[in-house]
Design a protein around this ligand. Structure first.
Ligand SMILES: [Zn+2]
Length: 290
């Protein structure tokens, strides 16, 4: 359950910081975390409000998360990697003001269990076993990471993200998977049971940035939604879009299939925020700022 609390309370308890005194004296800048804690592999919204703000950035989990303008202030999406250990972490919010001032606040964020499961063993056919080579995995991870790490300031989406299909789900995000060559992987997305040739829809409006095969993800489409949010639709049999094309939420971008490191026809759906793969099901339920 998401609970909202004002960081202003924390500011009152940390008056020894000169910058914080300034914030309180102005009584103008409020940092709001829309969560009590974050689970591994999820994202939360942090917002800023106050006079004369021009932006800001969050430092947490050895990453930086930019703020973007929203109605009445700024918002950032704080995404936690699925591998992040369960404990409290320091978080620093730096705020930029129009007069050139930089103010900062430091606090903590609790990371809770993503409650990931271990799936029954996966059996890849012999002709696909080479797709478990670490060299193949690392090469593809690096390629996707370079795509997912881009932050487009423009926001293409409106409202909430949506499911790419109404088909039944088969395999959750973050699960531990043992393969028949003895190797283990973590599931980077969510799976839906779909026969070959079923329509796959864009989860939100955005710009297509990738539309071609990869070894593991198979034929896949990646959409940049802006604000560092990307969605990926993998193992497709056909693609209907090209890089650079703007697509609308719900638009059919391709057809499901069984390409890449897949043990049967299905759709694999990924969401990355600020370079971090997160649980897509949690993300479509997250109340995004407007
Ligand atoms: Zn999958």
């Amino acid at each position: 359950m998401i609970r909202k609390f004002l960081v202003a309370f924390a500011l009152a308890a940390a008056l020894s910081f000169g910058a914080l005194l300034h914030i309180r004296a102005q009584n103008a800048i409020v940092i709001t975390l829309n969560f009590e804690f974050l689970r591994q592999g999820t994202a939360g919204v942090v917002s800023l409000s106050g006079a004369d703000l021009v932006g800001g950035v969050i430092s947490a989990f050895d990453r930086t998360y930019p703020f973007f303008p929203i109605t009445g202030g700024f918002a950032a999406l704080l995404a936690v990697p699925m591998e992040q250990r369960i404990r409290d972490y320091p978080i620093a919010v730096t705020v930029y003001r129009a007069n050139g001032e930089t103010l900062s606040w430091e606090g903590t964020v609790k990371v809770a269990s993503g409650e990931f499961i271990r799936e029954p063993a996966f059996v890849l056919p012999s002709e696909k076993l080479h797709l478990l080579d670490m060299a193949v995995q690392e090469s593809e991870d690096a390629r996707l990471n370079s795509i997912y790490s881009v932050v487009t300031p423009e926001r293409f989406w409106e409202g909430q993200f949506s499911l790419p299909t109404n088909a039944p789900t088969t395999s959750p995000f973050g699960s531990v998977r043992d393969f028949n060559d003895g190797s283990t992987r973590r599931h980077s997305g969510y799976d839906f049971r779909m026969a070959v040739g079923m329509p796959v829809k864009a989860s939100a409006s955005g710009r297509v940035v990738y539309a071609r095969p990869l070894d593991i993800h198979g034929t896949n489409v990646i959409i940049d939604h802006g604000w560092g949010i990307f969605s990926n639709y993998s193992h497709l049999s056909q693609i209907f879009v090209v890089p650079g094309q703007i697509v609308l939420q719900g638009e059919v971008i391709g057809l499901s299939g069984n390409t890449g490191r897949s043990t049967g026809p299905h759709l694999h759906w990924e969401i990355a925020v600020n370079g971090v793969l997160i649980n897509p099901m949690d993300f479509i339920r997250l109340k995004l700022p407007t």
